[in-house]
Design a protein around this ligand. Sequence first.
Ligand code: DAH
Length: 359
Amino acid sequence: MALADFIADLNALSAEADASFASAADAAALEAARVEYLGAKAGRLKAVQQGLGKVDKADKPAAGKRFNEVKQAIEAAFAAAQERQSRGAVVAEREAFDVTLPGRPVRLGRLHPVTQTIAEMKDIMGRLGFTAVEGPEIEDDWHNFEALNIPRSHPARDPLDNFYLATAQLTPGESPGAKSLGGKPLLLRSQTSTVQIRVMESTPPPVRIISLGRVYRPDTADATHYPMFHQIEGLLIDRGVTMADLKSVLRLFCQSYFGSVEAGGQDVHVRFRPSFFPFTEPSVEVDMSWTNAAGEHGWLEMGGAGMVDPNVLRAVGYDPEEVTGFAFGLGVERICMRQHGITDIRALYENDVRFLEQF
Ligand code: DAH
């Protein structure tokens, strides 16, 4: 074999190897190229080396020298390609995850202040032996009015004061309202007193429940009104229940909620003012007094209460000669707002995280 042919073979191989190493896209491709050219058993360089034996004797030293140069060049090209690849991998990794960036804060949610108030109320009343029960927000005439001793002519049933739902019985052209609805008007409950009826209908006395939930009235929203708000309803039915029991429970409830004087909290009192509700007799408005840390004294209207009217007990099949009871219904938002010093009920429902995350 002529020296020139041998050297031409070597040069061609070197150029091919360079190109292969340079174009290897990843570590696996590079390794495959290494095996192809530098493989100890079947590598192409090895094949060319076999040609060395066929070179004319006189040319052997020159051929051997050139072979070694090309071998080193191919090995160097491989090493360079390997270097390039590992550097590239590190750079890519750095670009995907910049360890110098500040961490992303974990955004923890929290319970809405009204939900917190509800949970605390359930807790306190639970310790006083009251079980929390739920009732539907869509109610019928019977549970929202009739069984609660609210007669057909009562202004509380006025379509303008309630969210009546248009039902199937509504004939075309009629406006949705109590009178225009046939058989069974449905409405978004205007009070949680509905749950009193539902519980008593399904449970024999004694009864000791609270119910916390949403109620709906078509009020224009302002600082103290909102068309949806929450009430806590309480009902205790047993033998020989009196108004003294009612006042004790309400005082304990308020005292527990707003904290004891000993704990540095507020000294809470409860005041009854004569009132009227169709479902209680006698009926009272409940005010709560407190003296804050600064020594300031005030009264907060909390809601209504009274001794359950015998007509209500009869409506659910109880015997008013056997059992008596008290009931109360308080505004949850009011208590929540008093606790946190919130002055506008609308702030609770604007869903502004900057406001809500303070609680
Ligand atoms: N349901 C009444 C209202 O929404 C509040 C109320 C008053 C509830 C007296 C009662 C009660 O249970 O005894 O205005």
